[in-house]
Write a protein that binds this ligand. Structure first.
Ligand code: SF4
Ligand code: SF4
Length: 191
């Protein structure tokens, strides 16, 4: 009982002295007098997200280059927006880790929420959400990514932790915009 009374008095003192307001004001003023950081994107710099980032899907292989996807369709069932299509087929050429592989593996990025449920549901870690986030394009067809696109090596390798800014080259091909990061020239940036 006395403890509660002590807490009430402390709360009252805090309210009278506007301590929460002062704390908030301190943060705002801190930002006002701190040095501005300008991210020169897309002309010169590109943000490389952390590994945990949820960008465009990647389909992965094992160390022997075999596709990890066994076309079990669990990702299809887990997806809340039904944006994944998987068509399985039998294969005995050693293309995948099992005799069942994906004939079609397709994701419609317009409907995707990037929630990661497909990644969580996958028993072989074949599908992972990658670090590609530049989805703007002038052709609507580029919003659909197929197995062949997703199996391509990723521009940011898994060995790079992320959370860095890389030197970038900005191009405008007819298909949309392209920002290529030079991962040899990077710097840490405090946001
Ligand atoms: S990230 Fe979510 S919405 Fe997108 S394909 Fe995977 S499960 Fe579906
Ligand atoms: S990506 Fe994973 S969950 Fe989806 S079909 Fe392939 S193995 Fe199954």
């Amino acid at each position: 009982m006395s403890d509660k009374k002590g807490i009430d008095i402390l709360d009252l003192i805090k309210k009278v002295l506007f301590t929460d307001f002062v704390k908030g004001l301190k943060v705002t003023l801190g930002y006002n007098i701190s040095k501005s950081i300008t991210h020169r994107y897309p002309d010169d710099e590109k943000w490389i997200p952390y590994r945990r980032f949820r960008g465009v899907h990647t389909l992965n292989r094992d160390e022997n280059g075999r596709e990890l996807c066994v076309a079990c369709e669990l990702c299809v069932k887990a997806c809340p927006t039904s944006c994944i299509t998987v068509v399985p087929m039998e294969d005995d050429t050693g293309r995948g880790i099992a005799d069942r592989v994906a004939k079609v593996w397709r994701v419609n990025l317009v409907r995707c929420l990037f929630c990661g449920y497909c990644e969580d549901a996958c028993p072989t870690r074949a599908v992972r959400l990658g670090r590609e986030y530049e989805l703007a394009c002038s052709d609507f067809r580029c919003t659909v990514r197929n197995r062949e696109d997703l199996l391509m090596p990723q521009p940011v390798p898994e060995s790079i932790e992320g959370g860095i800014v890389a030197k970038a080259k900005f191009e405008r091909p007819l298909s949309g915009i392209k920002v290529t990061a030079d991962l040899k020239v990077t710097k840490k940036r405090a946001w």
